[in-house]
Design a protein around this ligand. Sequence first.
Ligand code: FES
Ligand code: FES
Length: 171
Amino acid sequence: MTRSDPPTTRPPSTTRFALNGRAVELQADATMPLLWALRDHLGLKGTKPGCLQGVCGACTVHVDGAPARACQLPLSAVAGRTVTTIEGLPAHTQARLQAGWAAHQALQCGWCQPGQAMTAASLLAQPVAPDAAGVAAAMAGHLCRCGTGHRVVRAVLAALANPAPPARSTR
Ligand code: FES
Ligand code: FES
């Protein structure tokens, strides 16, 4: 997919933030959407561009632990904050999500799925697990052109019910 925002002509400035557990100091146009900073400047292609309008949820990351749409945030908005992308989810969270996704075959082309997984991860982190209606409401903000929405809700519920899937054998 090709980025659709016009080339920037603004001078770069330094934005410092924490990204996936590491301190980052990025020299770039601070008005650029965080989405492009992640993908084009920091090489993290897991965060996907979709509508670029804040509607589809494909670009969802966590900012200070809460889901946020990276296409709608200027880079300057995360200065001094903590950003987590799909690449930075803890291993046990990834394992829970992968087990749920696999059990319910909640994957088609995959484009929307990193964003869906980031919202799902935020549900796993809640002190009280949401019920089915709460999960459906949280995931309703994600659009999937492949029609996986119902399977994703079932996958998230499975992940919530499965706090510690067994570690995969490396043999
Ligand atoms: S690409 Fe950000 S919400 Fe669709
Ligand atoms: S799995 Fe294809 S867009 Fe959601």
